[in-house]
Design a protein around this ligand. Sequence first.
Ligand SMILES: [Ca+2]
Ligand SMILES: [Ca+2]
Length: 247
Amino acid sequence: MASIVPCKNKNHKAKSGFTLIELSIVLAIIGVVLASGLSVYGNRIAAERAQETARRLNMIEDALLLFRRTNGRLPFPANGATLTGSTLGVESSTVTTGLVLSGSAYIGVVPTRTLNLPDSMMLDAYGMKITYAVDGDCTVSWLTACGDTTVTTNIRINDASGTSRTVASTGMPVYALVSHGPNMRGGWQQKVAAQLGAAPPGTVYGSTLEAENANLDYIFRDMMIQETGVATTQFDDFVRWKVKNQL
Ligand SMILES: [Ca+2]
Ligand SMILES: [Ca+2]
């Protein structure tokens, strides 16, 4: 008859659980899985925000086209520094903080109420107001002066090297829309009457390349999005524009 023999192996107890080495391996694996999961999650959120921003820019462009066809002109911008009240999202020609005139371009934010869009469409998916610039001549009528190629201070869209992306034969841009992108620098804020600035990387409003889209003059930059993390070359803005004969 067999009898139960007590285990005399000194290591028996240790084998019933994890050793420190095993435990650290398991924790390391969990760490790697979590990190890759978070990275995938982060990438998905970034992609969704980019898609949502593009969708809103599409809707604003459609609304601008409809407005132009209905009214024979483009709207002035709304004031970017307006936070609440009856003038929020309403077009204005009053030049003051939040709405500037540079050359023949008025620069502010999207006049959502004038365009019959919800207030939320004033913002990109990063929570910043979308910049809207318009050739002032096109806010009056669609006459010669609107998008005139002979006027050098109409809205100008440059490429990465600073060369104009339009040529005389196609006319000058009549409007520009800018989402200031994931770094949000240079965008007018929802709850503070100022542009978001002064943070790394780069200059006050993002990199030197991006600052062109936030310095409130008639020149803008449209180029391939490149987030290098290097202050001088980062560019994450979404830029849309149209020349006169596209409307
Ligand atoms: Ca940016
Ligand atoms: Ca500029």
